[in-house]
Design a protein around this ligand. Structure first.
Ligand code: GRF
Length: 210
């Protein structure tokens, strides 16, 4: 049985592409659709070229966040996803929408949460003098960039790094950990222990990169 997933993007969709590659390599998911809040998102063209149905729900078409969220819900619901995958999706979703998909919505954030929620994470990590940085896959809750952590990857901050070089190093590992975390969910390996994620195979928990 494949996990039905809908992927939400806003831009290049490199994480979406990594999930498509993983699916082609056997990840047990069915990518039912890719939805973007921007009609000009390059990732839409890439998804369509891969034969995946694409939709746009443009936030600029709605006067309120609530109306946008309702339109997004109306686009997602008929697709009957088991999991909604936010992949470079740059809109903050309201509590109603997040509540509808509670426990069935994941996101990837380019920092080692709970450090650096929000934007410009690489520049902030550099400004803070961090020696390591990374990415986090987490379940989405109404509090931004805060939900139960599924997976993390760590990279060194190297002398001479700027936000671009650091972002590129992190992004490479995002493309590894996101498909892997989605695979755990698809294979029924993820259990919740309160607000903590527990994997039924603890050996999968080791995350040390670079
Ligand atoms: C990535 O850094 C991701 O962590 C963040 O958006 C950036 C672009 O993602 N959520 P993508 O290339 O559009 O997948």
């Amino acid at each position: 049985m494949s996990l039905r997933i809908v992927i939400l993007i806003s831009g290049g969709g490199s994480n979406m592409q990594a999930i498509v590659r993983a699916r082609d390599a056997g990840l047990p998911v069915e990518i039912v659709a890719v939805i973007s809040n921007r009609a000009d998102a390059p990732g839409l063209g890439l998804a369509a070229a891969a034969g995946i149905p694409v939709f746009t729900v443009a936030h600029t078409d709605y006067t309120s966040r609530a109306d946008f969220d309702a339109a997004l819900s109306a686009a997602i619901d008929p697709l009957r996803p088991d999991l909604v995958v936010l992949a470079g999706f740059m809109r903050v979703l309201g509590a109603d929408l997040v509540g509808r998909y509670g426990g069935r919505m994941v996101n990837i954030h380019p920092s080692l949460l709970p450090a650096f929620p929000g934007l410009h994470t690489h520049a902030r990590a550099l400004a803070a003098g961090c020696k390591v940085h990374g990415a986090t896959v987490h379940f989405v809750t109404p509090e931004l960039d805060h939900g139960p952590i599924l997976a993390q990857a760590v990279v060194p901050v190297r002398p001479g790094d700027d936000a671009e070089t650091l972002a590129a190093r992190v992004l490479k590992l995002e493309h590894l950990i996101y498909p892997r975390a989605i695979g755990w969910i698809a294979r029924g390996l993820v259990k919740m222990d309160g607000d903590r994620v527990r994997l039924s195979d603890a050996s999968l928990e080791q995350w040390v990169f670079e």
